[in-house]
Design a protein around this ligand. Structure first.
Ligand SMILES: [Zn+2]
Length: 110
């Protein structure tokens, strides 16, 4: 920890250590994300692979999460969803395919 009575050398040393720690955190995060992308790309699911290649990683993770959700009839009963649009909060917020759109597509065989 830095104090007002530290020497310049001590301050520089602490700042360099903070920088090294930050760089390690960034490297760890980038490696973890790359492993996640590789895992999804190699999972053999062509839909998920296409999502990963067409969207940013953030958007792809959101859409894949929605794709993996199951929707109950009760949840769909008050919803206006088609194969391309939906009135739910997820679709309204991101304009990305939601679980309801995927459910409609599954029902229609697409
Ligand atoms: Zn929806």
């Amino acid at each position: 920890m830095l104090h007002h009575n530290n020497t310049l050398a001590e301050v520089v040393s602490v700042l360099l250590e903070m920088l090294r720690t930050k760089e390690s955190e960034v490297l760890l995060r980038n490696t973890r994300d790359a492993v996640k992308v590789k895992y999804i790309a190699r999972c053999g699911d062509p839909t998920k692979s296409a999502i990963m290649s067409d969207l940013t990683r953030y958007a792809a993770e959101l859409v894949i999460y929605e794709l993996d959700q199951t929707v109950t009839e009760l949840e769909m009963s008050g919803r206006t969803a088609t194969a391309v649009k939906c009135d739910c909060l997820f679709y309204s917020s991101y304009e990305l395919p939601c679980r309801h759109i995927f459910d409609e597509r599954r029902k229609s065989g697409n």
